[in-house]
Write a protein that binds this ligand. Structure first.
Ligand code: 3PG
Length: 208
């Protein structure tokens, strides 16, 4: 699956920062059951790679990828752990070359028009817009839609259940990313029913 096909699977990609590896599988199961099969595990905790591997093995209906991939070494690590795709908050030439060489479906991050143009030149046409909320939000995406007509975005950062529909209504938005479907207290308390309900509401959000 290329990154566009992965993004087409659901309107929302849960961004998951997993502190306790025991929560990885039940969390993934609840999200998939709620209708969100595409999961981004951020490389921000010591257990991230183990969580990624476990979900890949135990939750076959999940399409699990790695987030916060910053360099070539991490591209190698996440592929070894079974990541089906990668996401980065920004991008470097080294990282772009590494994901290409590894043939890893990839969602590189941008915050400006020039960054988007550079990645488009390298052949990336689906980009993470990060941090969406503080970098201009819906207004930026609307303004960018004509000059960057060939590009689509996955805005992430500061998006919640209330603002997601406004982003998803834009023609240049493929999907949105966010952590709101897996609140820290629900995960810590093992409240998988709540996670599933949040996922179900998010999976019903409409795209144009
Ligand atoms: C990310 O890494 O993409 C963001 O930290 C997720 O942003 P959110 O927690 O504001 O949804």
């Amino acid at each position: 699956m290329d990154i566009a096909a992965i993004a087409a699977r659901a309107p929302v990609i849960p961004v998951l920062t997993i502190d306790r590896v025991e929560t990885a599988v039940p969390l993934a199961r609840a999200l998939v059951k709620g209708g969100l099969p595409v999961l981004e595990i951020t490389l921000r905790t010591e257990t991230a790679l183990q969580a990624l591997e476990l979900i890949g093995r135990e939750v076959p209906d999940a399409v699990v990828g790695a987030g916060t991939v910053l360099n070539a070494r991490q591209v190698e690590q996440v592929q070894k752990a079974g990541a089906r795709f990668g996401v980065s908050p920004g991008c470097t030439q080294e990282l772009a070359a590494a994901v290409r060489a590894a043939r890893l479906p990839f969602l590189p991050g941008v915050q400006t028009v020039s960054e988007a143009m550079r990645l488009a030149d390298l052949g990336f046409n689906l980009l993470k817009f990060f941090p969406a909320d503080t970098a201009g939000g819906v207004g930026w995406l609307k303004a960018a839609s004509a000059p960057l007509a060939g590009l689509r975005f996955c805005p992430t950062g500061g998006i919640g259940a209330e603002t997601a529909p406004t982003y998803l209504a834009l023609a240049n938005v493929a999907c949105v990313g966010g952590s709101w479907v897996a609140p820290k207290d629900a995960v810590a308390g093992g409240d998988w029913g709540r996670v599933e309900r949040l996922a179900a509401a998010a999976s019903n959000l409409k795209r144009p």
